[in-house]
Design a binder for this molecule. Structure first.
Ligand code: SAH
Length: 364
């Protein structure tokens, strides 16, 4: 039982069941008890580890990619915004800026840095991590607040934290999946009354069995729309890395993690992290509809390898003791490998650009 569970039960007793989106949003962002407001999620002491926290090489590769994008866009004499949404502890931005300032001092000098973060607590942690770049950085509660200009944007494990809606197939068709109370007053999933326009469901929905779950993410699409509008109007490239799938499909991907273990999603609201898999094809569709060029999508492993993570790891380990070299090797394997607990295949990468530029290592 958690304080947020009590609050959510009281809301349901007062107003009736809430949909999965509202449950998701309360779990992560409730001002009093929300996960990102109250917990320290990252690292070995936290609930999960993200790629930038595994190794500095991750943020460095993203920095190299953004320098490459900037060179391809050949954008000069214009305000440049280096931005990140959902920066966590600020580790990736710190590693990116170190590489950018070395490889492309012009870019570093001419750019301002923008962090989009809803959690005040994490914004304080980010300010600390990035103190070397003080004066260059601004914080924003939403992407729309990032000042206009040529944009180089990166986001790692951001979209998975943006709430989704779920629909469950019943004998009367797909109904919104809700969170209500069972006979004992405990949180439980139930089918609601609200339906969905079948045009919004993935193909093949008519053939799905009773109980099948479809997920849609209007809140993700809205953010992608705002980013796409900016790229269309002012130019630039945005890179997204997340766990998810490249094709739309059916299935319940709502997932809670507590202390490095999976936890039932209704068991510990506000204390467990809550995410869902990202449908990259839906994000790409939004970008295409805004006439952006879609680079990708590819898996994280090949993406990092082709950007040269193995070579960079060799340089980093050069002349160091065996234990350090071993640590670097293990970290790289975790980032690029396709085995159990490794991120290389599970995580996908999507880059969108306006106007069209062909970016490596993407093929199109
Ligand atoms: N990118 C980091 C952190 C991932 S966790 C890493 O890889 O380590 C998700 C991050 O997104 C957290 O910083 C969280 O506070 C932030 N976040 C969640 N919802 C958000 C929203 N709607 N707008 C901006 N940031 C958000």
């Amino acid at each position: 039982m958690t304080p947020l569970a009590d609050k959510i039960k009281a809301i349901i007793r007062q107003n009736g069941p809430i949909n999965v989106t509202d449950y998701f949003a309360l779990c992560l962002a409730d001002p009093e008890h929300g996960y990102y407001q109250t917990r320290e999620p990252f690292g070995t002491g936290g609930d999960f580890i993200t790629a930038p926290e595994v190794s500095q090489l991750f943020g460095e590769m993203i920095g190299i990619f953004l320098v490459h994008a900037w060179q391809k866009h050949a954008k000069l004499n214009t305000p440049i915004r280096i931005a990140e949404i959902g920066p966590g502890r600020g580790t990736m931005m710190s590693d990116m800026l170190r590489v950018i300032s070395r490889l492309a001092p012009d870019l570093y000098e001419n750019a301002t840095v923008h962090l989009v973060e809803t959690s005040d607590r994490l914004a304080t942690v980010q300010a600390d991590t990035l103190s070397a770049h003080q004066g260059k950085i601004g914080w924003h509660k939403s992407f729309e607040e990032v000042p206009d200009g040529f944009l180089l944007l990166a986001a790692n494990e951001f979209f998975d934290a943006v709430p989704i809606r779920q629909f469950i197939k019943t004998s009367q068709g797909f109904r919104e999946r809700m969170v209500g109370l069972d006979d004992n007053g405990e949180l439980t999933f139930a089918a609601g009354f609200g339906g969905i326009d079948p045009a919004l469901l993935p193909e093949g929905h008519a053939r799905q069995p009773i109980g099948a779950i479809a997920e849609i993410a209007p809140a993700r699409s809205a953010i992608m729309q705002a980013i796409s509008d900016r790229l269309f109007n002012s130019g630039g490239t945005a890179l997204f890395i997340d766990y998810g799938h490249l094709e739309p499909g059916f299935g319940d991907t709502l997932q809670a993690v507590l202390d490095h273990r999976f936890d039932p999603p209704l068991a510990h609201p506000g204390i467990a992290d809550l995410t869902s898999h990202v449908d990259f094809s839906a994000l790409a569709d939004v970008a295409r509809a805004r006439a952006l060029h879609v680079n990708g999508m590819m898996s994280q492993g090949p993406f990092l390898l082709e950007l040269g993570i193995a070579e960079r790891a060799g340089l980093l380990g050069h002349g160091k003791d065996l234990e350090t070299q071993d640590r670097i090797r293990t970290a790289v394997a975790r980032l690029v490998g396709d085995g159990d607990g490794e991120m290389g295949e599970l995580f996908k990468v999507l880059a969108v650009s306006g106007p069209q530029v062909a970016l490596q290592p993407f093929e199109t």
